[in-house]
Design a protein around this ligand. Structure first.
Ligand code: ATP
Ligand code: MG
Length: 440
C-alpha cells in the first residue's frame, strides 16, 4: 500500500528538470560512441525529435568499460522512427520498439515510455503485466531499474541528462534501485537477479535499501515466466564473473534450484571448474554454449542419481540413462531449460561413457560425433575435478591429433575396458567377483 502510494507520488516529484552535466563535467566523448548509433541519433535529431544514447552503454562508458551495445531512447513513436531509415523494423508486442539495421549492426531504438503502476496493470503480487504506454523523458528515466541505468547521453552536445542521481551513484560505484525498492522488485522480480548480476559484473556495491529486501522477496521469483527466467539465468552464467554472481545469488537465496544442484562438495567443485572455464573463455573473447554450461551444472545430479541406481543393482547402461532422464526432469524444469537445449545436454552426457571404450572402431566413431568437441571438453573438466583419471583425457587429447599409425599403436596400448580406467567400477567389479561363483 505504502509502496504504491510512493510510486504514484514519484512522477510528480520528478517532473522537475534533469540535472545536466556538460562535457567538461564528465569523461564520455562522442568518439567513444559506435558510428551506427551516432548516425541514428543524428537522423532522429535532424527530424526534430529528442534522441539520446541510454542505459547500459552510458553506464559502462562512465565506468571506463566498453559497452556491449548502444541503445537509443527518443521522443519519436515507432511509426515516426521507421520511415527515417532504409532498414528499420517495428518489433515487440508488449512494448513496441524499432530495430534499425546498419551494416551488421542492429540498433535498438525505443520511444520514451512511462511505467503503468495502477492496479489493473499488475497481478496479485504487484508484478507489472503491461508497460506499453508512451511517456515523457522524465517518466522514461523513472521506469528504469537502477539509477546508473537511467542516464541519457546526447552525443551532439556531449551532455549527460540525469533525472535520478545516477551520475553520483556511478561515481560512488553504487547500484541503487529507482523508487521504492519493495514495489520495484514486486513489479518485476527479475530486477533482483539484475541487481546481483550487475553488481558482480561491474564491481559495484548494492545500496543498503536496494539490498535489504532481497532475501525476503526471493519467493517472488516463482512468478517469473519460464522463458524469461531462463534468459536471465543464462545472463547470470555468461556475465564473465559467473562464480561471484552465483555465489551472490545463493547468498540471497534467489534461485533455490542452484542450492539443490550444488548441495555436495563434489557438485560444488565441478560447478566451480565449469564456471571458471566459462569466465576464462569469455575473457579472451571466445563464445560459450549455454547448453554446455547447463550440462555441467546438472552433471552432479546425473552422477548422484546414477550411483544411487547402481547401488540399487541396476545395470550400468540403464542406470546412466535413467539418471539422465531424472536430472533433466527434475532440474532442467526448475531452471526452465528449453527442450532444444535439453537435447544437446543429453548428447554431451551420453558421450561420456564412450570415452572409456578404447577398442576396435569405437574411438574412431566417437571422433566423428558432431558433439565430440564439447563432449571432450566436458571430459577434461571431469578429469580436472578428479571424477575420472586424467590418463583418459590426456589419451584422447593425443588420439585426436595422432596420425593413423600412432592411433593404431595407442589403441593397442590402451587399457582394454572401462573397468581398467574407472577406479570406482574396478572396485565394484572386484567386490562382485568376491561373491560370484564364476572366476573372471
Ligand atoms: P547489459 O550490460 O547486461 O546489457 P543493460 O543495463 O544494458 O545491461 P539491458 O537488459 O540491455 O541491460 O537493458 C537496457 C536498459 O533497459 C537498462 O539499462 C535499463 O535502463 C532498462 N531495463 C532493463 N531491464 C529492466 C527491468 N527489468 N526493469 C526496468 N528497467 C529495465
Ligand atoms: Mg544492454
Amino acid at each position: 500500500m505504502i509502496g504504491q502510494f510512493i510510486t504514484r507520488l514519484l512522477p510528480q516529484r520528478f517532473k522537475k528538470a534533469p540535472r545536466i552535466y556538460s562535457a567538461a563535467q564528465h569523461t564520455i566523448r562522442a568518439d567513444a560512441i559506435d558510428e551506427a548509433a551516432l548516425s541514428v541519433v543524428r537522423r532522429l535529431q535532424g527530424a526534430g525529435f529528442h534522441a539520446f544514447i541510454v542505459g547500459g552503454a552510458v553506464r559502462d562508458l562512465m565506468l571506463g568499460r566498453r559497452p556491449k551495445d548502444f541503445d537509443i531512447a527518443t521522443s519519436a513513436t515507432p511509426e515516426e522512427i521507421k520511415p527515417l531509415f532504409r532498414r528499420a523494423f517495428i518489433i515487440g508486442r508488449r512494448f513496441r520498439l524499432v530495430h534499425v539495421h546498419a551494416g551488421h549492426d542492429v540498433i535498438e531504438v525505443s520511444t520514451f515510455r512511462s511505467a503503468q503502476t495502477d492496479e489493473e496493470a499488475t497481478d496479485e503480487h504487484g508484478r507489472l503485466l503491461s508497460d506499453n504506454v508512451y511517456g515523457t523523458q522524465a517518466e522514461d528515466a523513472l521506469r528504469r531499474d537502477f539509477t546508473i541505468n537511467a542516464l541519457y547521453y546526447d552525443p551532439e552536445t556531449e551532455e549527460i541528462w540525469d533525472y535520478v542521481g545516477g551520475v553520483n551513484d556511478v561515481r560512488a560505484h553504487r547500484l541503487k534501485l529507482i523508487g521504492a525498492p519493495t514495489t520495484r522488485y514486486r513489479e518485476d522480480p527479475v530486477r533482483m537477479l539484475r541487481a546481483v548480476r550487475l553488481a558482480a559484473k561491474l564491481g559495484l556495491t548494492l545500496a543498503p535499501t536496494t539490498e535489504a529486501p532481497l532475501t525476503k522477496l526471493a519467493t517472488l521469483m516463482r512468478n517469473i515466466p519460464p522463458a524469461r527466467l531462463f534468459e536471465e539465468t543464462q545472463k547470470l552464467l555468461l556475465s564473465g564473473n559467473s562464480q561471484e554472481t552465483i555465489a551472490q545469488v545463493r547468498r540471497y537465496q534467489l534461485l533455490p534450484s542452484f542450492d539443490a544442484l550444488l548441495n555436495t562438495p563434489a557438485a560444488e567443485r565441478f560447478a566451480g571448474i565449469a564456471l571458471a572455464h566459462t569466465d576464462a573463455r569469455l575473457k579472451i573473447g571466445k563464445t560459450v554454449s549455454p547448453a554446455y554450461l547447463f550440462a555441467a551444472l546438472l552433471w552432479p545430479a546425473v552422477t548422484r542419481e546414477r550411483d544411487a541406481n547402481l547401488a540399487a543393482s541396476m545395470k550400468p547402461a540403464p542406470a546412466f540413462i535413467t539418471a539422465m532422464d531424472t536430472a533433466l526432469e527434475e532440474h532442467a524444469r526448475m531452471l526452465a531449460v528449453p527442450r532444444r537445449f535439453q537435447g544437446i545436454i543429453r548428447e554431451i552426457w551420453s558421450l561420456q561413457p564412450r570415452f572409456e571404450q578404447r577398442q576396435g572402431q569405437r574411438p574412431y566413431r566417437l571422433l566423428e560425433q558432431p558433439r565430440f568437441r564439447a563432449a571432450y571438453d566436458f571430459l577434461c573438466m571431469r578429469a580436472e575435478s578428479q571424477e575420472t583419471p586424467s590418463e583418459l583425457s590426456k589419451w584422447w587429447e593425443k588420439f585426436q591429433d595422432a596420425d593413423a599409425d600412432d592411433r593404431k599403436n595407442m589403441l593397442a596400448a590402451a587399457p582394454k575396458s572401462a573397468a581398467d580406467t574407472n577406479p570406482r567400477r574396478r572396485r565394484r567389479k572386484r567386490s562382485r567377483t568376491k561373491t560370484a561363483t564364476s572366476a573372471e
